[in-house]
Design a protein around this ligand. Structure first.
Ligand code: SAM
Length: 207
């Protein structure tokens, strides 16, 4: 495997030295996208929120800042991501407001109806079957709970096609594909937005 392929493949599941290097850039690299995504959330006062595929943990940190009364759980299947997200949110973990767990989006180890809000930034590309994983998110959300997906690829842009060719198992989805999978998983009130000048998308859905 070429070095470029090995490095970019770390976005799917950071591991080893290259994974550490990738994770070091992830929080700053995705900050603008995720801040744009957060602007789509309606007025909410969640008691419990979950960020799935949390990477370096900044998004969980932003949820904690945006919702000062919320407890935030961050989940990632990469041991390195979990360690990085724990370090990033260590003060909030010590304060009892945050929990970072290793786990897979396709089998979320939480009881039904645990969360008021779920977010997934730059991660659904790698989930093993959108419908199945969205079904898991649906299950762990409370009735009325909100799920937001935010990607810097709209599934049609040249960069996403290039990365699909480099990173095994990566699939960039269009808003329509994400909306269809959300509907199939049981969600309603689905709305998608596209950035005015970039291929960024945010899709919101309600349980
Ligand atoms: C490109 S990074 C994005 C991280 C973070 N959400 C952000 O916006 O910076 C993708 C993350 O999703 C995680 N991931 C991919 N598939 C996953 C799955 N099935 N379950 C849990 N985490 C997953 C990866 O380990 C990685 O940390």
């Amino acid at each position: 495997m070429g070095l470029m392929k090995s490095f970019f493949s770390q976005t799917r599941k950071p591991e080893g030295l290259l994974g550490k290097m990738m994770l070091n850039g992830m929080n700053p690299g995705h900050a603008k996208l995720t801040d744009w995504g957060f602007g789509h959330l309606p007025a909410l006062a969640p008691a419990n929120a979950i960020d799935i595929g949390c990477g370096g943990g900044r998004n969980a940190g932003e949820l904690l800042r945006k919702y000062p009364r919320a407890h935030v759980t961050a989940v990632d299947y990469s041991e390195l991501s979990v360690a990085k997200a724990r370090d990033y949110n260590r003060d909030m973990i010590a304060a009892g407001r945050c929990d970072v767990r290793q786990g897979d989006a396709s089998n979320l180890a939480f009881p039904d109806a645990s969360f008021d809000l779920a977010t997934a930034f730059e991660t659904v590309y790698f989930w093993p079957g959108l419908e199945k994983c969205f079904g898991q998110v649906f299950r762990v959300l409370k009735p009325g709970g909100i799920f937001m997906i935010c990607n810097e690829s709209d599934g049609t842009d040249a960069a996403s096609k290039r990365f699909e060719g480099i990173i095994d198992g990566m699939k960039c989805y269009t808003v329509l594909q994400i909306e269809a999978a959300l509907r199939a998983a049981g969600f309603s009130g689905i709305s998608g937005d596209h950035h005015t000048s970039k291929p960024w998308i945010a899709v919101l859905a309600k349980k």
